[in-house]
Design a protein around this ligand. Structure first.
Ligand code: COA
Length: 155
């Protein structure tokens, strides 16, 4: 949890609290995957993804990668595995909100074939920034398939 909190605080203007992460770990509809570039014991966590499985939908709530591990496909592999797992649980759609200014994350989602379905004006209370609502049909998603690397595992 300590490593995840370090990444979280380093990644977001309004980071989740440790309590919120702990609540997610016991929430029956929440799923969390943790990725490591090097799976050997003691090697640092590289990133994580938190999503909810509700009815036929996957809702992505959080994804972040350690600054010194970015641009190594960690987020890509985490999202790909979350999509694969959600599909195997029966999900048909995936949705998420992202800050309008967050171009790295938007590029990541576009890589999978997500598109913008709407805007929530002033959604982020810390900066007043708009949220873009991204959405994709899991049957039409790009960049999936193959097997997840061993270093991406459920925690
Ligand atoms: C967004 C984030 C999760 C991406 O993680 P990452 O592991 O570095 O991303 P990947 O290496 O898997 O990149 C996958 C794709 O995302 C896009 N991308 C990632 N970082 C990018 C950047 N800095 N600039 C532009 N595009 C970027 C690219 O399309 C990339 O594909 P490519 O390498 O073939 O061009 C990471 O920058 C991060 O933790 N940001 C802070 C937290 C955050 O904003 N989370 C999203 C909340 S909605």
């Amino acid at each position: 949890m300590r490593e995840i909190m370090e990444i979280e605080r380093d990644s977001f203007p309004s980071p989740w609290s440790e309590n919120l992460f702990r609540r997610e770990l016991t929430n029956p509809i929440a799923r969390m995957l943790v990725g490591r570039v090097d799976p050997l014991p003691g090697k640092p966590v590289a990133g994580y993804i938190v999503y909810w499985r509700v009815a036929d939908e996957m809702h992505l709530h959080n994804i972040a990668v350690r600054k010194d591990q970015r641009r190594k496909r960690v987020a890509f592999l985490l999202l790909r595995e979350a999509i694969r797992a959600s599909k195997s649980e029966g999900a048909r759609w995936v949705t998420l909100e992202v800050r309008r200014s967050n171009l790295p994350a938007q590029n990541l989602y576009e890589k999978f074939g997500f598109s913008v379905k709407g805007v929530r004006p002033g959604y982020y209370s810390d900066t007043g920034e708009d949220a873009l609502i991204f959405w994709a049909d899991l049957d039409r998603i790009r960049a999936e398939g193959g097997h997840p690397p061993e270093s991406v595992k459920k925690e």
